[in-house]
Design a protein around this ligand. Sequence first.
Ligand code: 5GP
Length: 130
Amino acid sequence: MSYDNQNIFAKILREELPCEKVYETKHSIAFKDINPQAKIHVLIIPKGPYTSWDDFSMEASVEEQADFVAAIGKTAPRLGVNKTGYRLLTNHGRDSHQEVPHLHVHILAGQALGPMLEGGDLPPNTNYLR
Ligand code: 5GP
């Protein structure tokens, strides 16, 4: 998947669209989700042009990767949720319903979040390593 620089988060990064920023580092920013799925719902994105995590892990510098992982970990205490708990979630591609093709990690918190997946009653496939 090639990077589409007209995606919503690219526009937010270029400040063509507003966002409610909660944290920023050299290579990453965190901002509130426009359509929250929990009482607290924040997105963390790298500033570089990466569509999803596999692209990021192959193309981003070690400095960008370290910055992003640390930014995720430092956003939670800023939101005051590290004691009560939170869920990190990343969607990649069609099956996950990834909506915005710029890597982002969701932090969901502020309430009991329920089971990890809805409709997860299919038998597990344990033979999926390639
Ligand atoms: P995905 O389904 O790709 O994992 O999640 C994309 C997320 O981006 C959704 O939760 C959606 O609400 C959020 N989103 C879409 N457009 C905007 C926007 O313009 N501003 C903000 N802050 N979030 C957005």
